[in-house]
Design a protein around this ligand. Structure first.
Ligand SMILES: Cc1cc2nc3c(=O)[nH]c(=O)nc-3n(C[C@H](O)[C@H](O)[C@H](O)COP(=O)(O)O)c2cc1C
Length: 243
């Protein structure tokens, strides 16, 4: 279940997006009813032999939005329902913390490459039995080994490295690589950075889907141009539509 990044579950959970005054909004309990009811429905449909996992935001990184305390409450409630795996992420397309774009992530990320590790540790401390996956920021073998060896998480998730280096996990395991070559496509202007990050990696995935090699060294502007050609000007306003 995708409960992160501003998609539907995330919209119900967010006090900013969820302005409902009926049984589905108004209090944290009512805001999380949608995700809990859907979890129960999915579980009833698939039974207990099929694992049910959710990707959930630690926080939306928006003032007045879904935050860590409420996120922990959702995790507690889902764990009590028998959640099999929690994947931790954060941010929305307005404030793309999942891509490391949010400025508030800079300090913690300098010290430890994974963006949401501190939150993962909070969940682990409180719910040690719940299998945890963490995605966002992992680039080096040390960072990944550290997160697993310290028992903070059980599974490391990789996004952008795989859009440029699809063999990266095999290379890591074989000792052929110890760091991803991907580097941020940033200007420092948040709206532009959301766009350059998304277009850069989308174009790499399109290339591979067409049987071509990724082209990591092409200028960001060329990728934005190709993205707009493929998706139309509308995608500038709503880049998430094409994802
Ligand atoms: C082009 C692009 C498309 C993405 N699409 C999705 C998506 O459809 N669902 C999702 O959960 N995350 C999506 N993400 C976010 C990634 O899953 C991941 O959370 C994020 O890139 C951080 O991990 P990383 O630092 O390893 O890249 C996307 C990221 C990029 C760059």
């Amino acid at each position: 279940m995708h409960g992160a990044h501003g998609y539907l579950f995330s919209q119900f959970l967010s006090p900013l997006a969820n302005q409902r005054t009926d049984a589905w909004g108004g209090t944290p309990q009512k805001r999380r009813r949608f995700v809990l009811d859907l979890f129960r429905a999915v579980r009833a449909a698939v039974g207990t032999s099929t694992p049910v996992a959710i990707k959930l935001n630690s926080a939306d990184f928006q003032r007045g939005g879904f935050g860590e305390e409420e996120s922990l409450e959702v995790v507690r409630a889902l764990a009590a329902e028998g959640l099999d795996l929690l994947e931790i992420s954060g941010g929305t397309y307005t404030s793309a913390a999942m891509l490391g774009v949010d400025p508030s992530l800079k300090e913690s990320t300098r010290r430890r490459e994974a963006y949401f590790l501190a939150y993962a540790e909070r969940v682990r401390a409180e719910l040690p039995e719940l299998p945890l996956m963490l995605t966002g920021g992992f680039r080096t073998v040390e960072g990944m080994v550290d997160a697993i060896a310290s028992a903070a998480v059980d599974i490391v998730g990789l996004g952008r490295p795989l859009a440029v280096q699809p063999d990266f996990p095999a290379d890591l395991l074989a000792g052929r690589a110890d760091e991803s070559v991907v580097s941020p496509r940033r200007s420092g202007i948040r709206v532009l950075d959301n766009l350059t990050e998304l277009t850069y990696y989308s174009v790499q995935m399109w290339r591979m889907a067409a049987g071509k090699e990724p082209a990591p060294d092409r200028h960001a502007a060329i990728n934005v141009g190709q993205y707009l050609l493929n998706n139309g000007l509308e995608s500038l306003r709503m880049p998430q539509r094409s994802l």
